[in-house]
Each structure stands twice: as structure tokens, then as C-alpha cells.
Design a binder for this molecule. Sequence first.
Ligand SMILES: [Zn+2]
Length: 294
Amino acid sequence: MKLLRETLAEAQEKGGAVGHFNISDLVALKAIFEAAWELNVPVLIGTSEGERDFLGPRQAAALVRALREEHQFPIFLNADHTHSMEKAKEAVAAGYDAILFDGAKLNWEENVTQTKFVVEYVKSVNPDILVEGEIGYIGSSSELLKEIPAGAAVRPEDLTTPEQAAEFVKRTGVDLLAPAVGNFHGLLGEASGPDAAGKNLDIVRIAAIKKAVNVPLVLHGGSGTSDADFREAINAGVSIIHINTELRLAWRKGMELGLRRKPDEVAPYKLYSFPLEAIKKTVSERLRLFSSPQ
Ligand SMILES: [Zn+2]
């Protein structure tokens, strides 16, 4: 079975990116796995601290590992947006394959120091676990938004520079880097389609950052990004793309449809087939695009 590091390198060689999708229950995990399985492309599952607390970090790791081992399939688990050493340790102990230490809201030096501590700890326990660092605050809510998150770095002068990226990677030793390149978490208004407006990625900046660092780049807040922007971002050097809000919307709409269609149904799994299909459709569309950007 290939390691996550090898899986990412392989995806990059093929000119594609790996999709990262968040879960807080088995319905979403099943939907994402089925979509990836049918397309035969690797996939990353993410749990934020909130999603992890709900699902249980050990339970999440056991579920993903069970799918990987039973089907000999490249599905991996990332501890998304981890804000403390304590939470990073918890994810390592639970068996996560990757950890995003998110110090983007800290000042620069504090972010460098804390990220480096986490990298050193994780590598001392298991060098195969990948650590991602984040620079540039891009909001923190994977929900429907009325406006761009307050304080998010989306103006050209606030985006991550190639110099910052190079310095951060060098000083922290991270395996993966999430820069601010015009992306932000959440989804503006009702925009949920693949061509929804609102996010404008700076492709030139992505390419410049990619040239400056020797680690895979991660694009957060992918929901609501146009297909064209995704294609260009992958060609410019993005290796992992995070989608969460679109799945949450699909879940909600799927549940509502199920309850409408089967108003008297009480068997959960018969109702869950609706959100499952809705999430699976969203994931399939995204994975198809990410795995063949041309
Ligand atoms: Zn994120």
C-alpha cells in the first residue's frame, strides 16, 4: 500500500490534484469513498477539530483505515485545521495520516515557532505522518457566508508571497504548505454551482510560490471556485484541494429531499441514501475535474 507522500507525488506526476473532503459522519465518508472508488482516484478525508470531536478521532481513524485496508485503496485521513499541540498529539495517537497545524491567525514568528514544534513532535513519533503549515488567514467557517470573512487575506497585497512561503517552509520543515492565494473558507450566498462567482484565485501567485518551495501546495476553501480556476491552479502547482461547504450544502439538501419524499420513514439508512447520493454526486464532479485538469 502506497504512503500518502507517494500518492501525492504520483498525482502530481499525472498532472492532477488530490481532493480533500471533510466529514462528520459515516454518510459523508461512505459517499466520498464510493465516488473515489468508482473513479479509481486517491482521496483525502478531513476532520476539523469540531468534526473530530463529534466523530471521535480514534473512530475516524479506524473508519478510514478499515476502508483503506479492506479495499487496498488510497484513502487517507487529515487532521484539518488543528490549532494546538495538544490536538496535534491527539491526532497522532489516533492514527491520522496527516495534520494541518493552522497558525495562520498567529503573528508570523509565533506561527513559525509553533508549526516547527508540531513538525518536530510529529516526526519524532512517525516520520510518515505529513505536517501541513498555513500562512495567511483565509477565514475559518465552512458555511454559507454573506460576505468575505473579516480579516481574510484576499487583497493582492495581503496574499502570501513566494519569499514568505520559502522562508516558512525552510524554517518549519513542513511537508505541505497552504498559502493565501485569493481563496477563502465558506461559500458566498447561494452560490454553490461549479461556476459560482466570488473566489478569484491568483494563478500567477500560485505558480510563483510553487517555484519558490519544494513541497506540495494545498488549496483551502475550494467550494465555489470555478472549474477554470481549479484547472489553472492545478496546472500552476496545487496538489491538494479542500472542499467542505459544498458537501455540507449537498448533505442538507439531500436530507430535506429525503424527508419530503419519505415523510413517514423511520429507518435512518433509508433516509440517509438521499444525502449520500447528493454528496457523492458533488464529490464525483470535483474528483473528475481534479484528476484530469486538462
Ligand atoms: Zn481549510
